[in-house]
Write a protein that binds this ligand. Structure first.
Ligand code: G6P
Length: 628
């Protein structure tokens, strides 16, 4: 999704804005641009394609002003091109926009009937027109933006500057995230904290309908009706190395290898190693492994008390993309461990299906970014209906985190690769912690019977390390795997959502057709797809469904399917049946999905990488989907 950066300060705005936009690249984009004050005018430079193209154009440009705005555009209205790239400029008013203006057609028509002309296909250009129109009558940028906002419908976060009000900037948030960084005599406004971190760790998270009015190095905050508001400046403690590649070819590969640590960081605040029990509050914990990890503040993780949990009769999980598949694993885990009914839904379906939320329901939202539009909308919908919401989130103080009643933090550190990996495994471990705690308050588990579950979680990071050493396995297999016509991923029980997540990874990264299926459904359709050109990735867990899964594998093989199986131990039978067999450590059924997903991530990564794809920023995709 689009990225926004605005800067006022003593540094070179060109470099600050370009570097800021680079940190937002992970969001996905297809063109970029800047408008920076030079003399009494804003000089606007835009380019189609990656930021390198913009940097080339900017190389010989100099600017003497202290203020500027920049944007990476993820095309919605109109194809990726220089003319559609932001900033959009009308008579000295320059704007950048993230979101979708739903009433743009009628506004555009209205402006055209008044003689306005448009040089782009975007829904954003009219914002510059509307501000310019008011500027002509009032000469006041702040007033012009406030007036313009009243005309817009949809989701839109906007930054505006004008040559007639030099050294002023107005930022408005309605939907997509905007954060204000408050440095020493400098101010940065950006879509994500990463663009602000190099300059200051003091930030203000804007809420919807809030406006920042910047005049030189001073700022004021207003609400939508123009009332002055005060907000606290928060201090962020992310370390800059969390957002570096650290020698890995891609962020995604780095993040795949960070997963054992991500799981340890997710579970540590909730596990008492001495008693081998979980508690959804901060507990005292020791041990060398924990002390090696960067210090993470885990105050007030969960405001849902045991009493509240005890009364819960039904759980809904709502999420999108990879987080949705994590939710589906959660459905198996919570139902089987705590015996509480769970329904897991895709955000965009849930919010429009008029869901029935009975009393005593808990809604769990899962979102790495905490900004996914459909998940956020679902959260707001259920809160209106009186349900309590527990958020499982990575980005603290994101919109979903702020609006939820209870919070479980992934503690995975910054995830930059568009395709989610470490957030997924952190979520799976938190869902287990939650399921165990719920089972305890419901009397399904006690201090003795919870131990095997906790022990499985505690040994999970080291078991994950053992799977990751097989990195070379898929690197070597990638050149033959990439020749297949398609991939069918199959599993049963809790392995089924992992099959779907594996297929999603391959689709996202390698742009190959891949489908995740319940192995037991194979005879109801997918079997027709199988021939020698089809790869069949079979997840064979050593559980009560083992024999049935192996039968499915044999059926696929009998039709010519090229079998890649993920099992455990020296399983001769699986080895004989498979073209590629990968053994993962024998593990408790609750943590097995985490071990199973690692080879699937590596498979997708290496196939995509061998095809020469941009693994961190797959085509057409965005990390944070802040519009519907
Ligand atoms: C996008 C990303 C996915 C992610 C999904 C949900 O589609 O590309 O990797 O799983 O959004 O994002 P969230 O931040 O809500 O987990």
């Amino acid at each position: 999704m689009c990225g926004i950066v605005g800067y006022y300060g003593p540094k070179d705005p060109k470099s600050v804005i370009l570097e800021g936009l680079q940190t937002l690249e992970y969001r996905g984009y297809d063109s970029a641009g800047v408008a920076i004050l030079n003399g009494s005018e804003y000089k606007r430079i835009r380019a189609e394609g990656k930021l390198a193209a913009l940097a080339d154009k900017l190389a010989d440009e100099t600017f003497d002003g202290a203020i500027g705005i920049g944007h990476t555009r993820w095309a919605t209205h109109g194809p990726p091109s220089e003319r559609n790239a932001h900033p959009h400029c009308i008579e000295g008013v320059n704007i950048v926009h993230n979101g979708i203006i739903e009433n743009y057609a009628e506004l555009r028509e209205e402006l055209m009937s008044e003689g306005a002309t448009f040089s782009s296909d975007t829904d954003s250009e009219l914002v510059a027109h509307l501000i310019n129109k008011s500027m002509k009558s009032t000469g006041n940028l702040m007033e012009a933006v406030m007036k313009m906002m009243k005309r817009l419908e949809g989701a839109y976060s906007i930054l505006a500057v004008s040559a007639d009000a030099p050294e002023e900037m107005v930022a408005f948030k309605n939907g997509p995230p905007l954060i204000l960084g408050v440095g020493e005599k400098e101010l940065v406004v950006a879509s994500d904290i990463q663009a602000i971190m190099p300059h200051t760790n003091k930030v203000i998270f804007l809420e919807d309908d809030e406006v920042v009015y910047i005049r030189k190095d001073r700022y004021e905050l207003f609400n939508r009706s123009g009332g002055l508001i005060k907000k606290e400046v928060e201090v962020i403690d992310w370390s800059p190395e969390q957002v570096e590649k650290q020698g890995f070819k891609h962020y995604m590969l780095k993040e795949i290898f960070e997963q054992p640590r991500a799981v340890a960081q997710a579970i540590d605040p909730h596990i008492n190693l001495e008693t081998k029990s979980v508690a959804l509050t901060r507990v005292g914990f020791g041990g060398a492994r924990v002390e090696e990890l960067p210090k993470i503040d885990v105050q007030e993780d969960l405001q849902l008390t045991n009493e509240t949990l005890e009364g819960i009769e039904r759980i809904f999980i709502v999420a999108c993309g990879t987080s949705y598949y994590a939710g589906q694993v959660g459905e198996y885990l919570i139902e089987q461990i705590a015996r509480v009914p769970v329904e897991c839904d895709i955000g965009s379906e849930f919010r429009y299906r008029y869901p029935v939320i009975p009393e005593n329901s808990l809604v769990i939202t899962i979102s790495q970014s905490g900004e996914t539009a459909d998940t956020l909308a679902a959260l707001r919908l259920v809160k209106q209906q009186g349900a309590k919401v527990l958020s499982i989130c990575n980005v603290r103080r994101s919109s979903i985190d702020r609006e939820a009643d209870g919070h479980l933090y992934m503690n995975a550190g910054a995830e930059i690769g568009v395709a989610s990996t470490k957030a997924f495994v952190s979520t799976l471990s938190l869902l287990q912690i939650f399921a165990i705690q719920l089972a305890k308050v419901k009397g399904v588990l006690n201090q003795d019977t919870e131990k095997p579950f906790v022990e499985a979680l505690v040994s999970l990071p080291s078991q994950m390390e053992k799977v990751l050493v097989h990195d070379k396995f898929f690197e070597e297999a990638a050149s033959s795997l990439k020749t297949y016509r398609g991939f069918l991923y199959m599993g049963r029980g809790v392995s089924f959502p992992i099959a779907m997540e594996g297929a999603l990874k391959l689709k996202e990264l390698a742009y190959m057709h891949a489908e995740g299926y319940a192995a037991g459904e194979m005879k109801h359709g997918p079997l027709a797809l199988i021939d020698e050109s089809m790869a069949v990735v079979m997840l064979v867990a050593n559980d009560e469904l083992y024999d049935k899964t192996v039968s499915n594998l044999e059926e696929a093989k009998a039709r010519g399917g090229q079998i890649i199986s993920i099992g455990s131990g020296e399983n001769q039978k699986l080895q004989n049946l498979s073209l590629h067999y990968l053994s993962i450590p024998e593990a408790h059924w609750t943590v097995n999905p985490v071990l199973q997903v690692l080879p699937l991530q590596l498979l997708a990564y290496h196939v995509a990488s061998s095809l020469g794809h941009d693994v961190d920023q797959p085509r057409n995709l965005a990390k944070s989907v802040t519009v519907e």
